[in-house]
Ligand binder design. Structure first.
Ligand code: F0G
Length: 400
C-alpha cells in the first residue's frame, strides 16, 4: 500500500493518478508506503538474488515487472586509490554494469513497469544520454513507442547509438538539457505520453535500491555515500530508500550523503556552501562530463534535504580532476567508467586532500555509467594504437 505525497505541502494523491508534480503547489511528489504494513525481514531479502527486485516490498510495482535483469552490480574495493588517499575503506559501486550500462536501468525497470500498469501506451524523456538509452531499451522490451529529446551535439556517442538501436524516436534540440526537459514535460502533459525523467516519483523508487545493495554487499551502513549530481534524482532516491530502511528498523544510522558536481555546473554545491534555501540555476552549464551538464536540477528540493539531514556535503571538481580520476580508475583499479561517474571518486580525492574526510570513514562512491558510453572522450585522452607492418621484427621494434 502506498500513495503519492507532495514533499512541500503534503497533499496526497492515489497511485492511479497520472501526475508528476503537485497540482496544488507545483512541488515534487514522493512515494509513501504504509511501512507498518510491510511484512518482510532482511533475512528473507538476503535469500533472494541481489537485484532491484530483491526489495520488491519497497517498490510500487504489483504485477510482473518489465525487466532486463538490472541491479546486482559489483561493489569494488578501491585498494590502490584508497591507499593513496589515506582511505583504506574506499569502495566503488559500479552501476555501469547494468543492462544498458548505467544506473538508469534501476529506475526504468520500475518506471516502465508502472507505465504499463497505469495503461500508458507511449513513453518519453529528455536526456543527457543515459536516460534515453535506458528508456529506449525498456520501452522496446515492453513493446511501447518511445520519444527522447537530447541536447544537440552534447550527448556521448555510445548513448545516442543505444537510443537509436533500441528504436526510440530520437530528437535533438538546439538547446541544453534543462530546455529539453521543460519541452518534454509539456509534450507529455499535452499529448498524454508518460514522462520518465527523474521528476517521475516511481522511477526514483528503482534507483533507491543502489543504497540497499551497497549495505547488503558491505555488510553494514557506509559512513558516507558519494554520488555525481546532475538532476539530483539519484542522490535523493538513495537517501529516501535508506530512510525507509531506518524506519523499518533494518539500519540504525544513515550515511553522510555527498553530492559531487562539475565545476562548470554546480548549483547544488553553491546552495550547500552558501546555505541557501533554494538552488540558483546555472544558465550555461558546461563540462566534459556531459551526463551531468545540468544547470537547473529538478530534484534540488529533495537533494538539499538528503545532504543536510545526514550531515553530508557537496563539492565541485574540475574537468581535469574528473579525467585524471577516470584514468586512475581504469589504470590502477581496472574499472572503466564514463567521466560523470569518475566525478564521485574525484570529489572524494578533493575532499581528502582538503583534509575534510576522516581516514577511518567507510565510503561508497557510486560510479554511475560505463566507460564505453563515451568512447570519444576516452580516445581523445589516450595515445592512438601504434600501426606497424605485419611482421615480428616490426612488432619487436615497436615494443622497444
Ligand atoms: N552519472 C551519470 C552517468 C548520469 O547519466 C547522470 C544523469 C548522473 C550521474 C546524475 O544523476 O541526474 O540523478 O543527479 N543523467 C541523466 C540523463 C540526466 O539524462 O541520462 P542525477
Amino acid at each position: 500500500m502506498y500513495r503519492l505525497v507532495c514533499v512541500h505541502c503534503g497533499a496526497t494523491y492515489t497511485p492511479d493518478q497520472i501526475i508528476y508534480t503537485c497540482t496544488r503547489c507545483g512541488h515534487l511528489l514522493t512515494v509513501e508506503y504504509d511501512l507498518d504494513g510491510i511484512n518482510v525481514s532482511r533475512e528473507e531479502w538476503n535469500r533472494r538474488p541481489i537485484s532491484v527486485w530483491r526489495y520488491r516490498e519497497l517498490l510500487p510495482v504489483r504485477g510482473e515487472p518489465v525487466s532486463l535483469q538490472e541491479g546486482g552490480t559489483p561493489l569494488y574495493h578501491l585498494k590502490k586509490i584508497g591507499e593513496e588517499l589515506g582511505l583504506p575503506e574506499l569502495y566503488a559501486k559500479h552501476e555501469g554494469m547494468n543492462p544498458t550500462g548505467s544506473f538508469k536501468d534501476r529506475g526504468m525497470t520500475v518506471g516502465v513497469s508502472m507505465a504499463c500498469e497505469l495503461g500508458m501506451t507511449s513513453v518519453a524523456c529528455a536526456s543527457t544520454g543515459n536516460t534515453s538509452a535506458s528508456l529506449a531499451a525498456y520501452a522496446a522490451k515492453a513493446g511501447i513507442p518511445c520519444v527522447v529529446l537530447l541536447p544537440a551535439g552534447k550527448v556521448a556517442l555510445g548513448k545516442v547509438a543505444q537510443a537509436l538501436m533500441h528504436g526510440a524516436r530520437v530528437i535533438s534540440i538546439r538547446g541544453n538539457f534543462d530546455k529539453a526537459l521543460e519541452m518534454v514535460h509539456e509534450l507529455c502533459i499535452s499529448q498524454g505520453l508518460y514522462l520518465l525523467n527523474s521528476v517521475n516519483p516511481y522511477r526514483l523508487e528503482g534507483q533507491k535500491t543502489i543504497g540497499f545493495e551497497a549495505i547488503d554487499q558491505l555488510g553494514e551502513v557506509p559512513d558516507r555515500m558519494v554520488l555525481p549530481v546532475g538532476n539530483a534524482g539519484n542522490i535523493s532516491a538513495v537517501y529516501k530508500g535508506l530512510r525507509e530502511l531506518e524506519s523499518l528498523g533494518f539500519i540504525d544510522r544513515l550515511p553522510m550523503m555527498t553530492g559531487i558536481q562539475a565545476a562548470g555546473s554546480q548549483p547544488l554545491v553553491k546552495a550547500i556552501s552558501e546555505n541557501l534555501d533554494e538552488l540558483i540555476p546555472e544558465p550555461s552549464p558546461e563540462t566534459i562530463a556531459t551526463a551531468i551538464r545540468i544547470g537547473a536540477p529538478v530534484n534540488a528540493e529533495k537533494a538539499l534535504v538528503a545532504v543536510r539531514a545526514t550531515g553530508g556535503t557537496a563539492a565541485a571538481v574540475t574537468d581535469q580532476e574528473i579525467l585524471a580520476m577516470q584514468r586512475d580508475l581504469a589504470r590502477k583499479e581496472g574499472i572503466g567508467v564514463e567521466p560523470a561517474s569518475a566525478a564521485s571518486v574525484a570529489g572524494i580525492r578533493k575532499l581528502a586532500e582538503l583534509g575534510l574526510i576522516d581516514g577511518d570513514e567507510r565510503i561508497v562512491c557510486v560510479v554511475t555509467g560505463h566507460l564505453l558510453k563515451d568512447p570519444e572522450t576516452v580516445v581523445r585522452q589516450c595515445e592512438p594504437p601504434t600501426e606497424i607492418d605485419a611482421d615480428l621484427h616490426s612488432l619487436l621494434s615497436a615494443l622497444r
